[in-house]
Design a protein. Structure first.
Length: 181
């Protein structure tokens, strides 16, 4: 089954004026894109298409939520995403979807907005993905971050002599690699 079929708008039979579409974004949508950062994004894309002769003005308003790993503790955090983006399409001789204003050739009979919606969602993911407070993070990681646990230098097996490498505290399996020189 083609999960991106909802994101193809047949514009040839549409009368001039405004047309509204609703498209659901879920994990099946993101499974169609192998380069997706995550597939745990759900939401609703409200698309308003304004057909003006040989020009199409497409406004996509998305509201949803994404479940991503927290930057602090790596536990899942659910974050809200909402945006409104615009795509201008003109009808012409050849197809060009690389520019800011798309041109669709005479061979095209539908507008596929799946790729722009995918890109817009990823562009609007927050840069910092954190729980609201440290108390919402994984308790073990929160304890470590608060400084109440041992410092990494105390548990690393190093002698603390300014970064020199000594053999005490090293796993014996790694000693065999030293003989390979």
């Amino acid at each position: 089954m083609d999960h991106l079929a909802l994101f193809r708008i047949p514009f040839v039979g549409l009368k001039p004026g405004l047309h509204d579409f609703q498209m659901e974004v879920d994990s099946l949508f993101f499974d169609s894109f192998p380069s997706s950062e995550t597939n745990q994004i759900t939401g609703l894309a409200n698309v308003t298409l304004d057909k003006l002769g040989s020009k199409l003005d497409c406004v996509v308003a998305f509201t949803g939520e994404a479940t991503l790993p927290c930057d602090r503790c790596l536990a899942d955090v659910t974050l809200a995403i909402s945006f409104e983006e615009r795509l201008v399409v003109q009808l012409g001789e050849t197809t060009n979807t690389e520019d800011d204003i798309w041109t669709l050739g005479s061979e095209c009979h539908e507008l596929d907005i799946s790729q722009p919606v995918f890109e817009w969602i990823h562009l609007h993911l927050p840069l910092r993905r954190l729980h609201e407070s440290l108390e919402d993070c994984d308790p073990d990681v929160a304890e470590y971050l608060s400084g109440s646990s041992e410092k990494p230098s105390e548990t690393s097996g190093s002698s603390g002599s300014g970064g020199t490498d000594e053999n005490d505290g090293i796993d014996p399996r790694w000693n065999a690699l030293k003989d390979l020189k």
